[in-house]
Every structure is written in structure tokens, then in C-alpha cells.
Write a protein that binds this ligand. Structure first.
Ligand code: GLC
Length: 384
């Protein structure tokens, strides 16, 4: 090798690391992704965009813990997460603190109209939009169609009927009447609010006065307590359950009813699920004379103001919130899309026939109190 070729050889190799470094790396924090839908969509995106690497950090299952992780990194002024996959309730706080970039320039009103209205409203703070909705959520009741049919019961609509049916069918400890999210965390607040609303109560009235301690509020709380202690249709262990614990108990055939989010449906219909073909979905029951209620939940992408890669973030967020990606996320991870048109998609309706009813529930699902101090409100509620 002469001198010139040695120099050329060295130059070639010294450039390789530079090329690898040219890739833009994007990060966000999410939960363990049951079903693997996010992994699939991310790898499809990376194949189409070889200059961008997206790293999904799999965090804890609880929304509270993930919120703390995001907040800790914001407070330190760090770009640990370029994108913020946000629970709908975090938005007022994150936006007020100035931790997010407004997205109005590219997420136009026209495009926003393609999404469910509640999810868009929950993404706006003081007139600006900070979040592109990706997954919508509303509390629903899953029930064992086969077990109710065997005893000749129609799906219950009132709480009284619900308790009666549960008591009659259950056979604890192998088969409990009802499981839900009872651990002291945000999920419990959602479960409680749905019961509170379905008894005709609320946290605040329209003028912002606290009305939690109303007769309806007391009755709702007693009802919840009685599920474990009086009617005994719920195991005492429910105080340790989040979404996944209650899903597993139901999916493994150990509960007649389960309150959960819509993601449970497709996971319970997989070939390896013991309850495949035996599950029905209905709105949550209500107190006689009141209306059924559902808590609005959901997740969407924002961009951290500390990120140095906001352009690449926009590219990724547009991709993952698009029609096709949301459809793939639904089929793999069971998550409910936020684009209105997907509720009429024939493939989705074929696999998840309850989608048209779910759409009606989503349109009336109630948001939790929208407040920059929501975290404190929720913290007080869950200590009851
Ligand atoms: C679901 C909802 C979210 C809610 C959480 C509670 O992930 O989408 O809004 O805060 O459950 O556990």
C-alpha cells in the first residue's frame, strides 16, 4: 500500500462514525406496550426514514409514575424525552409550565377536525394546541356473555341489577363478580368519578364550587366500599390493581365483570385468551333514574421545549397519528384511534364490532376536572 492509499483508507474509516452520528435520535416514554403495536409502527417509520431513530422507552404501567418521570426531566431542563406521550390530564399543567411547544403552525384547525372533538378540546390550553391525540379512552364494562346467558340474564343497566347478577354468578375465589382499578393512583380516580357521576354527583358544580360531599357523593363512595365489604363481589386485593392486573384476572376467566378501557377488547379476543368469544361490552351501569357515565381518557404526542429535534418530532408525530398507523396500532395493541374516520373503517368494524357503540360513548365521555392543579385534586380524591 502506498502512502496515498493509506491516507484514503484511514479517511474512509474515520468517516464511518460521523455518518452514524448524522442520524437524528428521538425519544419518548411509554408503558410496556402490550401487543407490540408501537414497536411495529416505529420500525415501519424508521424504514421509511433511515435518518431518524426513534427510541421508545418502556416505562412503568402507572400513568402517575410516568408523569413524574417526564416532570423530573423538565425540571432539570433536560432533553431526555424529545416527545411527550401525554395523558389528557397532564396537558394543562405541562402547557402552563411552558414545557411544550405549541403545534398550531402545522396541526391546523382543518386537520384537527379529523379527530374526535373531546380529544382535541383536551389538547388545547389557552387557545393553543399542544398535543396530537393518538389514543382515545373511555371507561366501559366488559362482561362474560356466556356466564350471563347460562343463567338467563340480560346485561345489567343499573347498579342494583349489576350487584344482583354478580352475586348470583360469582363463585369466589375462583370467579369474582367485579374487578376494576382500585389501587391508589389515577386509575382509581377515573373509576370513582364514573360511579360518582352515575349516582348524579360531581366534584365541582358549573360555578366551580366543591360539591363532592353531596348526598350523591356519599352514596357513590359507600357503594364502592360495599363492593368489597358488603355485597362482596370484588376481592379485597382490588386495592392493588391497575389496568393490567384487572385485565389479567378477567382475561384468565376469574371475573364476571371488569371495568377497563377499550384496549382490553382485542387482547381478550386473541387465540390464546381463555375468554375469546365470550366477552361483551356495555356502558357502565348507573343508579336507577340516572345516566350511565364514562370517564374520558386518552394519550397524545406533544413536543418538549427542550428537544433539539423538533422537526424530526413533527415528522414522526404526523406519521404515527396518521390513518394507517393508527389502524395498525389498533390491531396490534387494541388502542382506540382518535381519527373519526377510523370508526367507520370496515376492517376495524369487522374485528371490533362494538366500535359504533363505543363511538357514541366517546362522544359523551366526561373529562376529569380540567385544571392546571388537577394533580393535587386527583391526589386528594384517591386518598379517600
Ligand atoms: C388510561 C387513560 C388515562 C388515565 C389512565 C388512568 O390510560 O387513557 O387518561 O389517566 O388510564 O390509569
Amino acid at each position: 500500500m502506498n502512502k496515498l492509499s493509506i491516507i484514503l483508507f484511514l479517511m474512509m474509516f474515520s468517516c464511518l462514525p460521523c455518518r452514524a452520528e448524522e442520524k437524528t435520535k428521538l425519544t419518548f416514554l411509554w408503558w410496556p406496550d402490550p401487543g407490540g403495536g408501537f414497536e411495529k409502527v416505529i420500525s415501519d417509520f424508521e424504514n421509511e426514514n433511515p435518518d431518524i431513530d426513534v427510541e421508545m422507552i418502556k416505562g412503568p404501567t402507572s400513568t402517575d409514575t410516568r408523569e413524574t418521570m417526564y416532570v423530573t426531566s423538565f425540571l432539570a431542563g433536560e432533553a431526555t424525552y424529545d416527545m411527550v406521550l401525554m395523558d389528557i390530564i397532564w396537558l394543562p399543567k405541562f402547557a402552563k409550565q411552558g414545557w411544550l411547544i405549541p403545534l398550531d403552525d402545522w396541526f391546523t384547525k382543518e386537520e384537527q377536525d379529523e379527530f374526535l372533538p373531546g380529544d382535541i378540546q383536551g389538547s388545547i390550553f389557552e387557545g393553543k394546541i399542544y398535543r396530537v391525540p393518538l389514543q382515545t379512552d373511555a371507561g366501559v364494562l366488559y362482561y362474560r356473555k356466556d356466564l350471563l346467558e347460562q343463567k338467563g340474564y340480560a346485561p345489567p343497566t343499573t347498579w342494583d341489577g349489576f350487584v344482583r347478577v354478580s352475586k348470583d354468578i360469582q363463585n369466589p375465589p375462583g370467579l369474582w363478580g367485579f374487578v376494576f382499578q382500585g389501587k391508589q393512583y389515577e386509575g382509581l380516580v377515573c373509576n370513582f368519578l364514573e360511579i360518582l357521576w352515575s349516582f348524579g354527583g360531581d366534584v365541582f358544580d358549573e360555578k366551580g364550587n366543591l360539591i363532592l360531599n353531596s348526598p350523591q357523593g356519599v352514596e357513590a363512595l359507600k357503594f364502592m366500599y360495599n363492593l368489597i365489604h358488603t355485597s362482596k363481589i370484588t376481592p379485597a386485593g382490588v386495592t392493588t390493581y391497575e389496568e393490567e392486573e384487572s385485565r389479567h384476572i378477567f382475561q384468565e376467566g376469574h371475573a364476571v365483570f371488569c371495568r377497563n378501557w377499550p384496549y382490553l377488547w382485542l387482547l381478550s379476543q386473541r387465540d390464546d385468551s381463555p375468554v375469546k368469544g365470550k366477552v361483551g361490552i356495555i356502558p357502565l351501569p348507573h343508579k336507577e333514574g340516572n345516566r350511565s357515565s364514562a370517564c374520558l381518557g386518552g394519550w397524545g404526542f406533544g413536543i418538549s421545549k427542550f428537544s433539539k429535534n423538533s422537526e424530526a418530532c413533527v415528522k414522526f408525530i404526523k406519521y404515527i397519528s396518521g390513518y394507517d398507523a393508527q389502524k395498525r396500532l389498533h390491531f396490534k395493541s387494541g388502542i382506540v384511534p382518535t381519527r373519526k374516520a377510523l370508526f367507520e373503517d370496515k376492517d376495524i368494524l369487522e374485528k371490533s364490532p362494538f366500535f359504533s357503540e363505543l363511538y357514541q360513548i366517546l362522544l359523551i365521555a366526561k373529562p376529569r376536572p380540567v385544571h392546571p392543579d388537577y394533580a393535587q385534586i386527583s391526589d386528594i380524591l384517591r386518598r379517600f
